[in-house]
Design a protein around this ligand. Structure first.
Ligand code: SF4
Length: 672
């Protein structure tokens, strides 16, 4: 079905079965060799042709933090041995990513100051790095070479030099981070010197026949950085210097243009790789180009490959969501692919700290040794289990139990499965939440789960089951506002019938649901924020159109009000800024430190942060101020003496998010 994606390929001397690369991800469990091996093994067995590891620092100064492996050290050697054996036994190939964080290193990890081309403040690491002297530069080049040579000796199939996303090699290439006036900076040619020296050092260490992939930035998306022609020239020089493939990254940690958030349309940045590939071809270079960013299906990769925009497509997060993404697609079962929804909640947001990376829609990711695949004889063969509620926790519990052999019936009071994902799928940038519903709608029947929708079960209906999982979820929290004169409704009603809302709407509550609702009301169902092509003019246009404050949405005036000090509480750090930025650009007013007095004709009387009373003009007030547990069923089950496990929002509404709901579904499905 996808002739370009499933065409065999070759990167240097390395043959590959298809054109999909599993891109590098820092997982925060690299030092757990058994977990790392199990994680990679499932993906290799599931069809990932080439796996690129998370970055392994070439020396301690280049480490991204305490969870990073450092080349040559015992933890690295243990992890490498385990990962190599697991991937090769499963028939896969694995490339080691050679990494140096530069000014993105956090001071103190090894008691070392971060090193960088120049002493330029790092907003990411919140420190000023030390500018490298000639000795440090030469030593770092030697460390890249030593790490590459060791990778080849250990048995890696390739290496990838991390030269994008704002890390050290990229910093040298960029005038935003490289202010030197010596052989390593000062003009575009000298800014290319360090990336080329790294490639030469690595190439010299591994020999001519070993595949060396260079991941370079195609667009830094930070003020004062290199224009596209400098990166085109760098690509040309790298190709001439013997890179076996060029993987094209986009954006730095400091960028304030979204690149990986769900509001970026699928494949929205592939044009950057396409532009570099076109330039290389025009200069007679045929080095393979690997495109990336926000591609979450083989179908999207196929489109990029078929159009000639890339020779390979790298996907990373989609392999967290479904380790068998490639195998299922190749077998014609895309309906069974658990699609990455671009939420970042259990992956990128965690990788920015030290928590173990996993996946919201696949809570087994990263915990493969804890939750091994079910094996015969099934532990729960024939056990009759009822699951009440088909939201995230209920769907996951039902799938886990059925995979372990239980006879599962899933009861949902609403019209369809999905729970809060039914609401989320209409939010701009969240249309992929529908893919999760599609996945479970296929996977649950495949596992033999009988689904009953429109059935609000009671304890009286469930007496014949050996066990009940109560995943009946949450109810909107009611906030009793004194006064009258303006209609008040809950967020569910607003999502379900937005057309009934008047022009001026005040949303009470500043968490994820309030932000989502505001997006939905101003942007409309499923609208994505467009992202430009690779050239500077398009980037400038994107800035003008989407980052500059725009006129308020003519259809609606939305104000989001929060008592607390910060808007978007509960939204992950990689997404929050982008979501709030998009709301501000659409003219939504975001106000914090507010207390509510009463409803009055024409609006809501509030106290501002300074205690001043104010009439906020509104024609309707929507309460999106949290949720409470739905407890009726669990109380009835307890009274009836029916064994029951409570999960998700029904267990605890405070701090509920979908990551926790899916995880509890998995844990309950395993423990029952
Ligand atoms: Fe994708 Fe979200 Fe899973 Fe990350 S946590 S892999 S973004 S679905």
């Amino acid at each position: 079905q996808y002739p370009h994606a499933f065409a065999p390929g070759r990167i240097g001397s390395m043959g590959l079965p298809h054109r999909i690369v599993m891109g590098s991800m820092h997982l925060n469990f690299e030092t757990d060799a058994a977990a790392l091996a199990a994680f990679y093994a499932e993906r290799a067995a599931g069809g990932a042709g080439l796996i690129v590891t998370g970055g392994v620092a070439v020396n301690r100064a280049g480490s991204g933090g305490p969870t990073y492996l450092v080349s040559g050290e015992p933890a690295y050697l243990r992890a490498a041995e385990a990962a190599l054996g697991a991937v090769h036994d499963a028939g896969g190939r694995i490339a080691l990513q050679l990494f140096h964080a530069g000014r993105y290193a956090f001071p103190g990890t090894y008691g070392l100051l971060p090193l960088a081309p120049s002493a330029v403040w790092s907003g990411f690491a919140r420190t000023v790095p030390q500018a490298m002297d000639e000795t440090q530069i030469r030593a770092t080049l030697a460390d890249f070479a030593a790490a590459a040579a060791q990778a080849r000796t250990l048995g890696f199939d390739a290496v990838e030099i991390m030269g994008s996303e704002g890390y050290l090699v990229n910093q040298f290439a960029s005038p935003a981070a490289n202010h030197r006036e010596d052989a390593w900076g000062g003009d575009a040619a000298r800014r290319r010197a360090f990336p080329l020296a790294v490639l030469a050092a690595v190439r010299g260490a591994v020999g001519k026949d070993f595949p060396v992939i260079f991941r370079m930035s195609g667009a830094d998306l930070v003020e004062g950085s290199a224009p596209p022609e400098e990166y085109a020239a760098l690509a040309e020089a790298l190709a001439a210097a013997g890179a076996a493939a060029l993987a094209i990254g986009v954006g730095w940690h400091e960028s304030r243009i979204p690149t990986v958030q769900s509001l970026v349309p699928h494949g929205g940045w592939l044009g950057v790789a396409a532009g570099i590939r076109a330039h290389l071809h025009s200069q007679g270079h045929r080095v393979p180009v690997i495109g990336s960013n926000r591609v979450n299906s083989v179908a999207q990769a196929e489109a990029a490959l078929a159009s000639g925009g890339a020779d390979y497509v790298s996907m990373a997060r989609p392999f967290l969501a479904d380790p068998r993404l490639v195998a299922k697609t190749e077998a014609g079962r895309e309906d069974l692919v658990n699609t990455c929804i671009g939420c970042n909640e259990a992956c990128i947001d965690r990788s920015l700290g030290t928590d173990r990376v996993s996946c919201l829609v696949n809570p087994r990711a990263g915990r493969e040794t804890e939750f091994p695949p079910p094996s015969f004889p099934h532990r729960r063969i024939g056990t009759e289990v009822a699951v009440a509620g088909a939201g995230p926790a209920g769907m996951q519990a039902a799938a886990t139990l059925a995979a372990a052999g239980a006879r599962v019936q899933l009861f949902e009071a609403g019209r369809g499965i999905g729970g809060q994902f039914q609401l989320a799928q209409v939010v701009p940038g969240k249309s992929d939440f529908a893919q999760t519903i599609r996945y479970f709608a296929s996977e649950l029947p495949r596992l033999g789960v009988r689904i009953h929708t429109g059935v609000a079960v009671t304890a009286a209906d469930l007496g014949s089951f050996a066990h009940v999982v109560d995943a009946s979820g949450v109810l909107p929290r009611i906030v009793a506002l004194p006064g009258t004169g303006v209609p008040v409704l809950d967020y569910r009603s607003a999502f379900e019938d937005p057309g009934a809302l008047p022009q001026r709407v005040a949303i009470l509550g500043g968490g994820g649901i309030a932000v989502d609702l505001a997006h939905f009301l101003v942007h409309g169902k499923g609208t994505a924020v467009p992202v430009p092509e690779s050239d500077a003019e398009a980037t400038a246009r994107f800035r003008r159109e989407h980052l500059a404050p725009g006129p308020p949405c003519p259809a609606r005036e939305i104000t989001v009000l929060r008592r607390g000090p910060s808007m978007g509480r509960g939204i992950g750090p990689s997404t929050r800024w982008a979501a709030l930025q998009a709301l501000r650009n659409a003219g939504v007013e975001l106000r914090t430190g507010i207390s509510y007095r009463e409803l009055v004709p024409g609006g809501l009387l509030i106290d501002g942060p300074d205690g001043e009373a104010e009439l906020l003009a509104a024609d309707a007030v929507v309460i999106a101020a949290g949720q409470v547990e739905s407890t009726r069923l669990q109380e009835d089950l307890k009274e009836a003496g029916i064994p029951c496990t409570v999960v998700g929002g029904a267990l605890a509404a405070a701090g509920l998010n979908a990551v926790r709901a899916f995880r509890e579904g998995l844990e309950a499905g395993t423990a029952v």
